[in-house]
Design a protein around this ligand. Structure first.
Ligand code: GTP
Ligand code: MG
Length: 263
């Protein structure tokens, strides 16, 4: 018995990103905003170690992508209902990423990936945060690219868009979204170059599939988010907000709107 058309697949979003970026804080905030009476789990404050799927309701006032082509009168606020979706929170710790987080990319209901970054550390003189974040984002995008190109089972024809949630905009060291985009693109390019050097020295025979194993393909172009859109139809948006702090919740509406656009 396999997944049939009759089985209802709940639209699912996957929360990825390094440890401490604010994933669990975001899920907890969305739970409060969704006012879903079924959600009575207490807020988790510890570092996550296993994936945590939460049923949420998108507020009825958030526009849905599937309503885009309907006339305005068609979707009067009166008729609108909150939309149910599932968010999977994952642990960001380096040792848990492959098994507890990236493995969830094969979820049959997956509609989008939200990659949370801590914008307040990406511009730090200690570049380890930038390197770690870009390395994880590289691996995430490569996993999505393989889903589109791979011969392996689970290959998907649907586009899985990515939201880079530039969190902690309340902190004065936070980089604005344009700078977050630039730094991540430049650092991913470095990761891509060093990983593709590794690939070409490992095997004796030139590997014909090597291009598919390089993020963005094996072309001459420098890595950019636009390249992922052009080559693989994977759209990547960067939107800033603050989940906690003095400006708690500021900008989160725009993340909800991104979610709504995928529904
Ligand atoms: P892992 O479970 O280890 O992968 O981390 P996580 O991404 O779930 O991070 P978590 O939500 O546990 O947040 C880490 C810390 O960042 C906590 O102390 C939060 O209070 C804090 N934090 C989260 N969002 C914000 C924000 O927007 N602004 C500020 N100032 N702090 C935040
Ligand atoms: Mg967590």
């Amino acid at each position: 018995y396999t997944q049939s058309a009759r089985t209802k697949v709940v639209p699912t979003f996957l929360l990825l990103g390094p440890s401490g970026a604010g994933k669990t804080s975001l899920v907890t905030l969305l739970q409060k905003r969704s006012s879903n009476p079924e959600d009575t789990e207490p807020a988790l404050t510890r570092t996550s170690q296993v994936p945590w799927g939460v049923s949420l309701l998108l507020p009825a006032s958030v526009p849905l992508g599937s309503n885009k082509y309907r006339s305005r009168n068609d979707v009067s606020l009166k008729d609108k209902h909150p939309t149910r979706y599932v968010m999977i929170d994952t642990p960001g710790h380096g040792k848990l990423r492959t098994d507890q987080a990236l493995s969830q990319i094969k979820n049959p209901g997956l509609r989008g990936v939200i990659f949370v970054v801590d914008a307040s550390v990406l511009g730090s003189s200690d570049t380890s945060f930038l390197r770690d974040t870009a390395g994880y984002l590289h691996d995430t995008l490569l996993a999505l690219q393989r889903q589109r190109t791979g011969k392996a089972s689970g290959k998907t024809k649907t586009n899985i868009p990515v939201l880079i949630a530039a969190n902690k905009q309340d902190l004065f060291t936070a980089l604005p979204t344009g700078a977050v985009r630039e730094r991540l693109q430049a650092e991913i390019e470095r990761v891509r170059v060093s990983r593709s050097k590794g690939l070409s020295t490992v095997g004796q025979q030139p590997d014909t599939d090597a291009e598919e194993e390089v993020l963005g393909g094996g072309g001459e172009d420098k890595f950019s988010f636009k390249l992922m859109e052009d080559e693989y139809g994977i759209s990547i948006d960067v939107v800033g907000a603050a989940v906690k702090g003095d400006e708690a919740g500021k900008g989160v509406r725009r993340w909800e709107e991104w979610i709504g656009g995928c529904l």
